[in-house]
Design a binder for this molecule. Structure first.
Ligand code: NAD
Ligand code: FES
Length: 282
């Protein structure tokens, strides 16, 4: 059992939860995730490890409550317990000193971007962080990201904060600037955003990394739920990723897989009821 030490609301439906998990806190690297199960029989939810404090033995998770299972998790107050927190899972981010790096976060994807920015800053990179949301209500982690970034830019679709538009606006301007253009780009957010970022950086051949969040069930490479086409190869995001070369990812195939279960997702406020998920939940 894993104790919830704090539970704070960051934005609409977005919670920051600090959980006691000493072994994971010591072992985890940027880019890795855990699979959380609130209680026996509940759905397994993959969540990026947003931050960790090895000395305190804690990990921080940013959780968007979008379905029945995630709502139950964020309803767990400080002092409550989560039955399973399995991890760290997935490959750690390849971190090096590229020089200038652009980090782009769309909406709740900014929470996944945060540990990458932190690790890139610790490696000495000069970071331009660009985060965006529908309005100022959806801009998260600005206070945490600002001190890690040389330049910190915000976009909102309604213009209520920062510049009006998508994150790709300031990124395109940055790419066109020979003095400030990045040597590498990291992007995390909705699939259309990551695809748009890949299309912007491809002509210049700028190394571009995206973090994918396909459907995951077991998180161990056994079920095939998280498969994604990367170049000519089929990869499993849970063991081969979640980060991949943006210029090789089949974003359209990923969109098809993500949308194929939308009706079931909308209907479900209880644990996974498909046969495979029931087997895995046992
Ligand atoms: P959203 O739809 O509100 O978009 C957030 C921002 O992303 C927008 O304001 C814009 O700046 C940018 N964006 C969106 N579409 C774009 C496009 N076509 N071109 C350029 N920029 C674009 O995002 P949200 O509702 O906060 O996030 C929900 C989505 O994020 C879900 O689809 C979820 O699966 C995905 N997500 C992905 C990850 C990941 O690891 N990749 C993590 C969490 C959530
Ligand atoms: Fe099952 Fe990746 S989640 S193979």
């Amino acid at each position: 059992m894993f104790e919830v030490l704090s539970n704070e609301i960051l934005a609409e439906n977005l919670h920051k939860m600090v959980i006691s998990a000493p072994r994971i806190a010591r072992a985890r690297k940027a880019g890795q995730f855990v699979i959380v199960r609130l209680a026996q029989g509940e759905e397994r939810i993959p969540l990026t490890i947003g931050d960790a404090d090895p000395a305190a033995g804690t990990i921080t998770l940013f959780i968007q409550a979008i379905g029945g299972s995630t709502r139950k998790i964020v309803d767990t107050e400080a002092g409550g317990f989560i039955r399973d927190v399995a991890g760290p899972l997935g490959k750690e981010t390849h971190i090096t000193n590229w020089g200038r790096v652009a980090c782009v976060g769309g909406g709740v994807g900014t929470a996944v971007l945060f540990p990458l920015v932190k690790a890139l800053a610790e490696a000495g990179n000069e970071i331009t962080t660009i985060i965006g949301g529908r309005s100022s209500r959806y801009i998260i982690l600005a206070d945490e990201l600002t001190p890690l970034s040389k330049d910190f830019l915000v976009t909102t679709e309604d213009g209520s904060m920062g510049s009006k538009g998508f994150v790709t606006g300031p990124l395109a301007a940055l790419l066109a600037d020979p003095e400030r253009g990045p040597q590498a780009v990291f992007a995390v957010g909705p699939v259309p955003m990551m695809k748009a970022v890949a299309n912007l950086t491809r002509p210049q051949g700028i190394e571009t990394v995206v973090s994918l969040n396909p459907i995951m069930i077991d998180g161990t490479g056994m079920c095939g739920g998280c498969r994604v086409q990367v170049g000519k190869e089929t990869k499993f995001a849970c063991v081969d990723g979640p980060e991949f070369d943006a210029h090789l990812v089949d974003f359209d195939g990923l969109t098809d897989r993500l949308t194929s279960y939308r009706d079931e997702e909308a209907l479900r406020h209880a644990p996974h009821d498909c046969k495979l998920a029931k087997e895995v939940a046992k």
